[in-house]
Design a binder for this molecule. Structure first.
Ligand SMILES: Nc1ncnc2c1ncn2[C@@H]1O[C@H](COP(=O)(O)OP(=O)(O)OP(=O)(O)O)[C@@H](O)[C@H]1O
Length: 390
């Protein structure tokens, strides 16, 4: 977390306010429902112009945090600053925020143009300026030619574009989006997801986005926070979180991974030596200490196949992490998915479909580049499971 020290200590923050239009700083914000925490005391700094995603399973507290930022929920504790101003108790309509929900929430009796214009009229923007702004928004969300249609005459994706145009028309400091693609089918979600990102970039608006869909979060986000049980468990870029998950929950929630239990035998500056079954490996250092039980998390595309047996050659730059037997080989178009049994551990690896494929029953070894092993400290299995319902 990179909370401004000045703000933390109550000192003068010298950052130019113009540089941080849309900056959101959440400090020790928490909320309980009937004594049960929905959001543990949370710190978060969303940078100006950033596309930030709150990603987590159902019930992890994403919407609660978003609604607090919007002013739709009052936190029990903590403070919220937007552009350096304390807005913790400022009503929603004075926060200068745009909101897009999953269910579009358009006015059915107003046309596309009228829906986008609505908020501008309420704010008494003069007619000519209003018309120009509506046209600008209709173009921005690629709905040119649809201005006179009613919501019922639009597809779900088009309706969500209107909602985006309406939210952005007033040039909000922050755009908050709560599962805006949730009601759309897969293909449309991808297409509109790319559009949401383009529109956010073109309008240079800070976005805070809520989803339980990891792929969506990866496509859209500059940075994201993975939430679980009312807490942000890890913050970072999609790549950081994918490659360096801090715990088993994050490792498993962000896509498929292979988990090999091991024990730290030596920590040597930037390298941790870890014993996995019969194999000694070197991995990047981590918070673990000598003697700790850890889990080596290796993504399917980070493993390659080697020959069976201790004597078989290992290519330079690779370590053997396990011996295994092939249990299934599946052709999946862009990749070939190989399932294996590594002494009771179910593993999978992805191969280039053009490469020679192993056959079921073949004895192989699994090889990995040391730098690609993410070491996570083992947690009790029950609490490490991502919520399968998400
Ligand atoms: N009005 C409420 N009264 C009581 N508990 C609530 C209320 N709203 C939410 N909660 C609880 O607070 C926790 C966080 O809910 P929240 O809606 O923020 O989760 P979420 O991650 O957004 O989930 P989803 O993806 O399903 O929307 C959950 O345990 C939920 O049951």
């Amino acid at each position: 977390m990179t909370l401004s020290t000045a703000r933390r200590t109550g000192g003068t923050d010298t950052t130019n306010a113009g540089d941080r239009r849309g900056e959101v700083v959440v400090t020790d914000i928490g909320l309980d429902y009937n004594g049960v925490p929905a959001l543990a005391d949370t710190d978060l700094h969303v940078h100006a112009g950033e596309f930030f995603t709150l990603l987590g399973p159902s019930g992890s507290g994403k919407t609660t945090l978003l609604r607090i930022i919007a002013g739709l929920l009052d936190p029990a504790r903590g403070t919220l600053h937007i552009d350096g101003t304390d807005v913790t108790r400022t009503p929603t309509q004075k926060r200068d925020i745009g909101f897009v929900f999953q269910n579009y929430a358009l006015f059915p009796h107003l046309t596309v143009a009228e829906n986008i214009e609505y908020g501008l009229k309420v704010r008494k923007m003069p007619g000519a300026k209003r018309a120009a702004r509506v046209k600008e928004m209709v173009d921005l969300v690629a709905l040119g030619g649809f201005g006179d249609r009613y919501p019922a005459q639009l597809s779900g994706g088009q309706q969500q574009r209107v909602a985006l145009g309406r939210a952005l028309a007033q040039n909000p400091r922050v755009l908050l989006l709560d599962e805006p693609l949730g009601a759309l089918d897969r293909g449309l979600r991808e297409e509109l997801g790319a559009e949401v990102r383009r529109i956010q970039q073109e309008s240079n608006t800070t976005a805070v986005y809520v989803t339980h869909d990891q792929e969506e979060a990866f496509i859209l986000s500059d940075r994201m926070g993975v939430m679980r049980d009312g807490r942000i468990c890890q913050l970072g870029t999609p790549e950081q979180l994918y490659r360096e998950p801090k715990d088993l929950f994050v490792a498993k929630f962000l896509g498929k991974t292979n988990l090999f239990p091991g024990r730290i035998t030596r920590v040597d500056g930037a390298a941790s030596h870890v014993r996995v079954g019969e194999h000694d490996l070197v991995a990047r250092t981590n918070p673990a200490i000598v003697g700790d039980d850890v889990v080596c998390s290796v993504r399917p595309e980070q493993l390659i196949l080697g020959g069976a047996g201790a004597g078989s050659p290992v290519p330079a730059g690779f370590d053997r992490i396990a011996d295994a037997i092939v249990t299934e080989v599946r052709f999946l178009g862009q990749r070939r998915s190989i399932h294996l049994d590594a002494d009771g551990i179910a593993c999978s690896i992805d191969l280039d479909p053009a490469a020679p494929a192993p056959v079921v029953g073949e004895h192989v070894s699994l090889l990995v580049r040391p730098g690609e092993i993410a070491l996570v400290v083992a947690a009790p299995a029950a609490s490490a499971e991502p919520d399968a319902s998400a």
